[in-house]
Ligand binder design. Structure first.
Ligand SMILES: NC(=O)c1ccc[n+]([C@@H]2O[C@H](COP(=O)([O-])OP(=O)(O)OC[C@H]3O[C@@H](n4cnc5c(N)ncnc54)[C@H](OP(=O)(O)O)[C@@H]3O)[C@@H](O)[C@H]2O)c1
Length: 223
């Protein structure tokens, strides 16, 4: 294989059911992207679907608002994009064994201190995976939301921006890599949730960068 190793070259274009928990900058941007390539999307937040009327109108397309439980039940793939400190509120029983995309980052000043993460005995994604029992893939956590919004759907010949992803389940990684590719980014596998996840969390050299895949791959696997 080349420098960029990614499972399953195939795409996922259209027809998948995607639930989104967290309708902020990242969750709503991904909702629009997935809708645009023909997936069915149900988006949710903490305050409930009635608070999402404006967002849904703004997104256009066929994105629907639901409760967190509805989004979790609806999705074959469920995006979790909430402040890390609130992950224990996720409906674990509804996410068990599902493919979950975790965009969350740990910021103690926002999330409160997590002793395990401060001591680096585990990662934020491993903790969310343990809570939910899901096939969790960490992805879309490094690009600032404006870049996630603006660099999707690059045409042929336009260099794509890389999105690192990590996970412990090859099938789930392949699904998320396909979705990533279909909205116009280049997925680059960082590794499993522990070692791999540590390679693209806040404070790493790839965090908040906009890189092509080969450079991303080199940085992720340096040292
Ligand atoms: N912003 C970025 O550029 C960026 C980039 C990469 C990764 N991230 C990470 O991705 C995550 C989301 O970031 P963001 O900037 O999109 O956040 P945000 O704009 O602050 O939005 C957070 C969303 O999460 C919802 N939420 C909070 N607790 C919830 C719960 N228990 N159940 C359901 N929904 C809940 C909020 O709902 P309400 O509005 O109803 O409270 C809101 O819709 C964070 O962990 C962040 O660190 C952010």
């Amino acid at each position: 294989t080349g420098p960029v190793s990614c499972p399953a070259p195939g795409g996922t274009r259209g027809g998948m059911r995607i639930g989104i928990i967290g309708a902020g900058r990242i969750g709503s941007t991904l909702a629009g992207h997935f809708d645009r390539i023909g997936h069915e999307v149900v988006i949710s937040n903490a305050r409930g679907p009635q608070s999402l009327t404006g967002l849904v109108a703004e997104l256009g397309g066929s994105v629907r608002a639901g409760t967190v439980e509805e989004a979790a039940d609806f999705g074959e793939v469920v995006v979790v994009s909430i402040p890390y400190g609130r992950y224990r509120e996720l409906p674990a029983d509804r996410l068990r064994d599902k493919v979950v995309i975790d965009t969350c980052n740990y910021y103690p000043e926002r999330d409160g201190h997590d002793a395990d993460l401060d001591a680096d005995v585990t990662t934020s994604s491993e903790k969310i995976k343990a809570h939910t029992g899901s096939n969790l893939v960490k992805a879309f956590n490094t690009l600032p939301w404006q870049q996630l919004r603006d660099h999707a759907y690059r045409g042929d010949g336009v260099p794509r921006v890389a999105v690192p992803l990590s996970g412990s389940d090859d099938g789930a990684k392949a699904v998320v890599a396909g979705l990533t590719r279909d909205i116009g980014f280049d997925p680059v596998i960082a590794g499993n949730l522990g070692q791999g996840g540590r390679r693209h969390q806040p404070g790493t050299s790839v965090y908040a960068t906009e890189l092509p895949a080969a450079e991303m791959d080199a940085l992720l696997h340096a040292a």
